[in-house]
Design a protein around this ligand. Structure first.
Ligand code: NDP
Ligand code: 8X3
Length: 268
């Protein structure tokens, strides 16, 4: 057993957006890192995908218990019901991975559809806050009132460097960054860690969603580039969660080798 697998052993982890991309890979990476005894709560709107993933994980790692739940994080009522309905053995969440998020379109400000503005803020910002508010109180009660647990937020290079055609998405990721920094300061007297992971370009379903299902436009985003894989990000998330309790991997920016900023990429 590595130090990370020992530290993760017996923990309960909750991943939002586990039906695809970074969230799915993170679930697999946690299970493979600590396969003897782990509890995974996997959430997203597409329950069929979560059930398939749960079956794959339990086949590969029989010591991992998986609880897949259909959940739209943008619906505060659904989030409350989800937390109240967690089976007893999954109630004490040690690690919350706030991963679910999306981008819609590349329109400039005058042309951005109201529906797209609303879904991006409701998911990336309010949804992430809904989840944090739902899980944090139980983390704070532990450890004789000192608290314990990890809140890992998936931000983006877009939250550090706004770009043309990303007016709303970049603003949502800047909001995630700001929220995490406030929270880390508010929790300074506790043992709860707030961890931000900001990826650059990662090939997932992200661009397919951005272009409303148009796969050829999505593929063009990665033409001539070698983007990061969702596994690359999952490894960093699991690394951060597997550190000694006194070590906070507070803020990480990850690029593929060809990328130097949100907009500076070398294409072959
Ligand atoms: P994917 O599209 O592959 O995955 C997004 C996940 O979010 C899906 O599982 C989706 O599940 C879930 N999701 C979306 N809306 C909701 C909702 N309302 N409620 C619950 N779950 C939801 O993209 P990625 O894996 O790339 O994205 C994961 C995170 O990484 C996002 O926060 C994204 O902003 C961020 N990111 C991605 C980068 C990239 O280049 N790919 C770079 C930087 C950051 P379902 O549809 O089943 O609900
Ligand atoms: C995803 C990266 O550059 O497409 O957050 O906004 S980018």
């Amino acid at each position: 057993m590595t130090s990370a697998s020992k530290r993760l052993n017996g923990k309960t982890l909750l991943i939002t957006g586990a039906s695809s991309g970074i969230g799915r890979s993170t679930a697999l990476e946690f299970a493979r890192t600590s396969p003897q005894n782990l509890k995974l709560i996997l959430t997203a709107r597409r329950i069929d995908r979560l059930q398939e993933l749960a079956a794959d994980i339990t086949k590969e790692c029989p010591g991992v218990k998986v609880h897949p739940v259909q959940l739209d994080i943008s619906n505060a009522g659904e989030v409350r019901e989800f937390v109240d309905g967690l089976p007893t053995e999954f109630r004490e969440v040690d690690v919350l991975v706030n991963n679910a998020g999306l981008v819609k379109g590349v329109a400039k400000v005058p042309d951005i559809a109201e529906e797209d503005i609303n879904i991006m803020f409701a998911t990336n910002v309010t949804g992430l806050i809904n989840m944090t508010q739902a899980i944090l109180p139980s983390m704070l009660k532990r450890n004789n009132g000192e608290g314990s647990g990890d809140i890992i937020n998936i931000g983006s290079i877009a939250g550090r460097e706004p770009y043309v055609g990303g007016g709303i998405y970049c603003a949502t990721k800047a909001a995630v960054r700001s929220f995490a920094e406030s929270l880390r300061k508010e929790l300074i007297s506790t043992r709860v860690r707030v961890i931000t992971v900001d990826p650059g370009q990662v090939e997932t379903e992200f661009s397919v969603v951005r272009f409303y299902g148009d796969r050829s436009k999505a593929e063009a985003v990665y033409a001539g580039c070698e983007p990061l894989t969702p596994e690359d990000i999952a490894e960093v998330i699991v690394f951060a969660a597997g550190r000694r309790e006194n070590v906070v991997v507070a803020d990480t920016l990850l690029f593929p080798n060809h990328q130097a900023s949100a907009t500076i990429m070398h294409r072959r």
